[in-house]
Ligand binder design. Sequence first.
Ligand SMILES: Nc1ncnc2c1ncn2[C@@H]1O[C@H](COP(=O)(O)OP(=O)(O)OP(=O)(O)O)[C@@H](O)[C@H]1O
Length: 277
Amino acid sequence: MTVDGPAVELRGLSAGAAPGASRAVLRGIDLRIQPREQVAVIGPSGAGKTSLLMAMACAVQPLGGSLRVLDRDPWAMSSAQRQALRAQLFLAPQVPPLPPRQRVVAAVLAGRLPSMGLMQSVLQLWHPTQAQLAQEALSRVDLADKLWDRVDRLSGGERQRVGLARLLVSQAGLWLVDEPLSALDPARAGRVMDAMLDAAAREGRTLVCSLHQVAVARERFKRIVALRGGEVFYDGPSAGLDDAAVSQLYEGSADDDVDRAANQPPSAAALPEAMCR
Ligand SMILES: Nc1ncnc2c1ncn2[C@@H]1O[C@H](COP(=O)(O)OP(=O)(O)OP(=O)(O)O)[C@@H](O)[C@H]1O
């Protein structure tokens, strides 16, 4: 789908952390993200990164302000229309919801389901016909040898990479990715991040990616949005976010949070399953 306006536009947005929540954890957020842009979202634990992705994914209705996604107002349309709009974006949670006995091939190809008809979807789940596509995506996340494995026999990091392979096969125009590196070792994290950025650029996707690794955000993204306490602390070129600003951003965070920013975060809670693919 070609979008004329911004891929995402938030004006004075306030929103809760979960569907139906009445307490705003995001406040006064102004953001414009253009089609094909690649934006990293950083900030201390609890800053609102996941909540921001949930709002952009039309999973949480704003409590105030306005939101446009792919040039449409998701909350001024019927729920069927909103569902159709959601099929044009992909929210990749930190911990992908994978049915335990499913084969990796089917789990990856589930990323294509929103763009398939009902019959094709059912066939795909029971008898994957696009195994080659899944295989290519798995290769890009260093998991080529797991195509026919069961997902409940994978490690946490491998499951996370299955979720990213699922993102890579999706045909959504807007990729919303929540802490994709949280269970990966640093070397692999770099390769996986590069695969995701390359694919997004090559295929013209808009990418919004939350990260605890500030170094990765600075090295690989041109634009960084930093959140603190549910508000935008910084939005601009990554080169403009200097060490002093980063220290200020994480000031008062727990030690482990600062470590996470520098390197590897531990795994954290998943997004609600119903909101994710
Ligand atoms: N399901 C929920 N219900 C109510 N409050 C929630 C829920 N999930 C998160 N929160 C609260 O919302 C705020 C923002 O949380 P959010 O998960 O968006 O932050 P985050 O920046 O993604 O954190 P982390 O880096 O730890 O994943 C926090 O204060 C958190 O405690």
